[in-house]
Design a binder for this molecule. Structure first.
Ligand code: G3P
Ligand code: MG
Length: 244
């Protein structure tokens, strides 16, 4: 199976991350999936933005959790990346689902609930996934592994994969202990041995976030299931060359 390409926050190197600009570009670039990050607004709507605050990627300031969706919608989520993106809004998860549903893209949803627990986030999110019939095309990931276990308990068909940045002693046992079907390690701690061990045990591996062609080529050679990258166009080009 060829390695899949997951566009990290969309085609985020040149387009404003986690906006429709970046997702639409990822589709054009040949990505197989997009990765996005979710938080809950004050009115408990899942919204797509990376940080806990709106400071870095919008023209506002303060915590996402303190804004209602209609207040968040008034902010520009693209201006920081260039004038031509000034009309970009913070998408709701529902808006992205509506857009992605008729495309062939798969989805990786990262729950950003490791700092603020966002009570009820898993239930609210799963309801939307069901509404748009996206369960079979979605992987749930998070640095909050408890939340992934909760998702699995709420819906045993949900596919989960924990994110981690430091080597763990027995990755197979760990993945099984939280009923995950794969692991999403930081790419610099990914080894060929790890890829082999996980595959031998029926587990997937999708390292993040790899942008250098050098490391991408190595991961393609090792046969990882997917790479998570800010540069989907470059990854698609490289994959084509490797497959020749
Ligand atoms: O899904 C991998 C990656 O998104 C994890 O880190 O901080 O970019 O959300 P971060
Ligand atoms: Mg993420």
């Amino acid at each position: 199976m060829a390695t899949k390409i997951i566009a990290h926050r969309g085609a985020s190197s040149k387009y404003p991350e986690n906006t429709m600009f970046a997702y639409k570009q990822a589709l054009k670039d040949g990505a197989d999936a997009i990765e996005l990050d979710i938080h809950l607004s004050r009115d408990k709507i899942p919204v797509v933005i990376h940080d806990e605050t709106v400071d870095r990627t919008t023209d506002g300031y303060g915590f996402v959790k303190d804004y209602s969706v209609s207040e968040l919608k008034k902010l520009s989520a693209g201006h920081w990346k260039g004038w031509k993106f000034r009309k970009a809004e913070i998408p709701t998860l529902e808006e992205v689902l509506e857009w992605i549903q008729p495309t062939p893209l798969h989805l990786v949803i990262e729950l950003k609930n490791n700092l603020f627990p966002y009570k009820g986030m898993e239930e609210i999110m799963l309801e939307l996934i069901d509404k748009y019939r996206m369960m079979e095309r979605t992987i749930f990931s998070s640095f909050n592994h408890d939340s992934l276990l909760k998702i699995k308990r709420l819906n045993h068909n949900a596919e989960t994969a924990p994110l981690y940045s430091k080597p763990i002693p027995d990755p197979v046992r760990y993945a099984r202990s939280i009923s995950a079907s794969g692991l999403h390690p930081y790419y610099r701690i990914t080894t060929e041995q790890l890829v082999r061990t996980l595959h031998k045990n029926g587990l997937k591996i999708r390292p993040y976030t790899v942008n250098s062609p050098h490391f991408m080529a190595i991961l393609f050679r090792w046969g990882v299931d997917a790479v998570i990258t800010d540069e989907p166009a470059q990854a698609a080009k490289l994959r084509k060359i490797k497959m020749k």
